[in-house]
Ligand binder design. Structure first.
Ligand code: 0L1
Ligand code: MG
Length: 259
């Protein structure tokens, strides 16, 4: 049976607009394929662009064992970062705009030139990157109980909701990204620690995977875009008053606060 991608894209956007948990698509559609899921994701992005939204970059998710185990899913996923999702310098996250937000640390690549697959490798990623910075992503699955299958979370733009970008960047080669450390704290208590190697062995290799994935759809990563490599620790709930802080060995620290 053919899937109406635009219908399911509208379904998910309504969840965002109305701050409402939704039954997973796979509870209503048999055999939702990965290709259909990316087609729903693309349809939703087009609808949002029609509404005036802009693209600030792209993201990977589920690139660490910690995240895959937390969510019961066993493959990386790819999504879009919207301009409206980039938080202001205060790092304040308005919780009532979201459904059931969680926070997680991210290594973020700021591109200086385009990066288009196929065949992109780590060297190409470094050549295209202006700066590597720390970040915190706010994810907010549109599904009930933050529960989904792999096609569901792909259709839902990999739960993307907000992102806070740090200010202390390094140039590519300024540090070994595989040994770059992150300590993630919620309300002053350490909830996770990891090095960059937690991200499928190398954060830059994750970015290469994303560029090669987009090439399947005739798309590439653009100059000026932010690219999130995925969380190296599990995600933690964000409520009003919660303070999340990611401290990186070479990228300074990044803080968000639920308000
Ligand atoms: O945790 C989730 O919602 C899975 C989607 C990917 C999120 C991420 O790692 O950015
Ligand atoms: Mg993430």
């Amino acid at each position: 049976m053919s899937i109406d991608h635009v219908k399911w894209a509208r379904y998910l956007i309504a969840g965002v607009d109305e701050r409402r948990e939704l039954p997973a698509i796979t509870t209503q559609v048999d055999d939702l394929s990965i290709d259909d899921a990316y087609a729903i994701q693309a349809a939703a992005l087009n609808l949002l662009i029609d509404r005036g939204e802009g693209v600030a970059g792209a993201k990977l998710g589920l690139t660490s064992v910690a995240k895959q185990q937390q969510m019961g899913v066993d493959a990386p996923v790819y999504g879009w970062v919207l301009e409206s999702s980039v938080l202001p310098a205060t790092g304040e996250v308005v919780v009532e705009e979201l459904i059931h937000p969680r926070i997680e640390p991210e290594i973020v690549f700021r591109l200086g030139s385009d990066l288009t697959g196929p065949g992109v490798d780590v060297g190409d990623v470094f050549d295209a990157t202006d700066e590597i910075v720390g970040g915190i992503e706010v994810i907010d699955s549109r599904y009930e109980a933050f529960s989904f299958t792999l096609p569901d979370v792909i259709a839902d733009n990999t739960s993307a909701a907000r992102v806070m970008i740090g200010t202390d960047g390094i140039r590519p080669g300024g540090a070994d990204l595989t040994t770059l450390g992150c300590v993630f704290e919620v309300d002053g208590a350490v909830t996770g620690t990891a090095t960059g190697a937690a991200l499928l062995g190398d954060p830059a290799a994750c970015v290469a995977m994303l560029a090669n994935h987009l090439a399947r759809y005739g798309q590439g990563l653009e100059p000026g875009w932010l690219v999130m490599a995925g969380a190296a620790t599990d995600a933690r709930p964000l409520a009003v008053g919660t303070v999340g802080r990611a401290r990186y060995s070479h990228l300074g620290s990044v803080t968000v606060k639920g308000v």
